[in-house]
Design a protein around this ligand. Structure first.
Ligand code: NAD
Length: 356
């Protein structure tokens, strides 16, 4: 296959970690007979410095005309003082919106080799953690009307939460399709005992579930879900939920795996094009020191192979290479433990390439 990938290296550790991910992509291309071409796009602080804005139209165009986008991270203290609409992160919001990305997908996977980093009890961790939170990204209360007014001598604030059927259906489809590529189980999280939006959510999900008879479907209330993620995360495969619940639950899910540098994410919309990035930021405290953990970005590239390019075998080969390197006891500083070998960002890349 031939694929064009827009590459946004970004700020801080972004360029270092993206470099390692591209080396892995090149190795995959060679091993499996694909051609990946890369188009470099500026976004974030680097774009502000070079072009005067976080996401210039010409850079966005590169992303819009590529098969997918790989992003490192953006932002840093240099641009912290800028007004809200001029900040590096603005570029990310503009990119998500222009690409029509309504689904954010974040795996919570505990690598057995890093089990000690999980804050959960060993007997819970021993059952395994490997699920993905599919979060609706551009609807719900975050995008409803917000107002504060004076009423009866005090301030009163209101935030409006609304969902239309089509918004629920399209995120639901992503969840069912994702489950089809995994262990074929969807848990839909809502608050249907209280909220109308949740009752509609549940109705649409039930309708969709009938279209995917091979997928095992269940509902769960959000308060129970927050408990179950801490109590028995092994029960989940794909969790699908609305924007605010997803915001909270996906952070909880990342936390229980213990290592921020290891977690990738994808954002998807219509069609197969997606935005793939690690969940962490630009880590300015270690930028330029060849210390960063590149694995979150490498696994983001693996997600791209799987979910945008349908290259399941290739994605699994990358994940297996990561696992082998962890088995060898190689660790970057963020996940260093006793008895392991400390490696740099590029040495971690070398080791993954060798394992691949
Ligand atoms: P951060 O994720 O950048 O860093 C938090 C801590 O985790 C730091 O100690 C850092 O060194 C460490 N860390 C993060 N990624 C690591 C990796 N791959 N390897 C080793 N250690 C790693 O969060 P922050 O410090 O709150 O934010 C720094 C900047 O990043 C800010 O400007 C923020 O706005 C931006 N940010 C960007 C994104 C994004 O681009 N999607 C996301 C979050 C934050």
């Amino acid at each position: 296959m031939e694929k064009q990938i827009a590459v946004i290296r970004g700020d801080g550790i972004g360029p270092e970690i993206v470099e390692q991910a591209l080396r892995v992509m090149d190795a995959v291309a060679e091993k499996y007979g694909h051609t990946f071409s890369y188009v470099e796009a500026d976004m974030g602080g680097v774009a502000i410095d070079r072009w005067g804005e976080a996401l210039p139209a010409a850079e966005l165009e590169k992303c819009m005309t590529s098969d997918s986008v790989l992003l490192g991270a953006v932002g840093g203290p240099k641009w912290d003082g800028m007004p809200g609409d001029k900040r590096p992160e603005k570029g990310l919001l503009a990119l998500r919106s222009a690409m029509g990305l309504y689904s954010n997908n974040r795996p919570a996977r505990l690598w057995p080799q890093l089990a000690a980093a999980s804050p959960l009890k060993p007997e819970i961790v021993a059952k395994g953690i490997d699920f993905i939170v599919v979060r609706e990204l551009i609807g719900g209360v975050y995008f409803g009307e917000h107002r504060t007014e004076e009423a009866d001598g005090e301030l009163k604030a209101t935030d409006v939460m609304s969902y239309a059927e089509h918004e629920i259906e399209r995120i639901g489809r992503i969840a069912f399709e994702t489950a089809g590529k995994r262990r074929k189980k969807v848990t839909s999280i809502d608050k249907a005992n209280v909220l109308d939006t949740s009752r509609l959510w549940r109705k649409v999900m039930h309708r969709l579930a009938q279209e995917y008879p091979e997928i095992q479907y269940s509902d769960m209330l959000v308060d129970n879900a927050a408990m179950q993620i801490a109590k028995d995360p092994s029960q989940f495969d794909v969790v699908v939920t609305e924007n605010m619940f997803g915001d909270i639950l996906s952070d909880e899910a990342s936390m229980i795996t213990g290592s921020i540098g290891m977690i990738p994410s994808s954002s998807l919309g219509e069609g197969s094009r997606g935005l793939y990035e690690p969940i962490h930021g630009s880590a300015p405290d270690i930028a330029g020191q060849n210390k960063a953990n590149p694995i979150g970005t490498i696994l983001a590239a693996a997600m791209m192979l799987k979910y945008s390019f349908d290259m399941d075998e290739e994605a699994e080969a990358v994940e297996a290479a990561v696992s082998r390197v962890l088995d060898q006891g190689l660790r970057t500083g963020d996940m260093m433990a006793e008895g392991c070998t400390l490696v740099s960002c590029s040495e971690m890349g070398d080791a993954i390439l060798k394992a691949l």
